[in-house]
Design a protein around this ligand. Sequence first.
Ligand code: AMP
Length: 364
Amino acid sequence: MAEPRIVAPGGTIGILGGGQLGRMTAQAAARLGYRVHVYHDEPDAPCCQVTPLQTIAAWDDLEALARFARAVDVVTLEWENIPVRTLAFLQQFVPVHPGPGVLAITQDRLLEKDFVNRQGVPTAPWRHARTEAEAVAAFAELGGPAILKTARLGYDGKGQVRLDPGADAAAAWRGLGGVPAILEGFVAFTCEASVIVARGQDGTVRCYPPVENRHESGILAETIAPAALPGRVRADAEGIARHLAEALQLVGVLAVEMFVTREGAVLVNELAPRPHNSGHWTIDACVTSQFEQLVRAVCGLPLGDTAAICDAVMRNLIGDEVETWREALASDGLRLHLYGKAEARPGRKMGHVTRLIPSSRPGG
Ligand code: AMP
């Protein structure tokens, strides 16, 4: 194993991507005495508002990337669709965590599902649907209901369509833009859960407690921490997250989204090698937040305590819901986080509120 390369407080962390995840990472980094330099392809993004050090340039601008790499001590990212070539280029100058190998897998649902299954971890049944003919054959094999998803660049339920029995798979595939896709059997889950796991440069792994996620219109609406799941299911979920972080040789933070079935089986839906919306509750309710944990992991510091101080319910403020900020501020037990986005477009994550709840667990 490579010797940990420690970036001590006072150093500069480069963050690729300028969204709210970068903003909250920058805030956690600042608390530990780091500077943050953000690289983004648009000005005035949420992360750009919280640090004066920024490079606004395209993801393939090699001169700008080289200048950025020389100005920072380590690079991490807050968006998993940063081009793999960008990461490989930066790596010539500076350590990049997570590295291009992790991103190559998690940017593509087909490679990701294949990787997860090869680790002996179950998912929904799935088939390649890279072409129209493959999509038709896959639907004939799996039957409906099923979900057709673009292999790349889908998020918040975008780039996917449900196929009920008798659906026209060829038309559905063309409707998604005629791009490589995956067909997944529909899982009749009782709960959607996620686990956030961190792995340090020295291979240490620490897991946050599994949480339950409720979606509205394909977007995460609410996270309930901890998930009300039987002990065995919680242990399975944590074991899977640890195993995948190790198998990826990840340095950083990984979110593992899962379905829990009525029988208590845990199936992996998706991986995100970065802080995740379902981990925002950790800022206010855990000893170490997921954002601080990312900073610790990529800087080669000891990973922090992932224990929850109390239970919590995190609710996203999506679109116009951001107008409720006054009520949130006036309510006891609520912590408000706003991301500095000027325009409240429908479906846009504008902020979140976390309700802190005294722990119901014995001794908690
Ligand atoms: P994804 O973009 O893969 O996270 O999917 C968005 C949401 O669609 C998930 O959070 C689930 O609510 C639902 N979903 C995705 N895949 C499946 C599946 N195979 N079976 C049932 N529901 C699914």
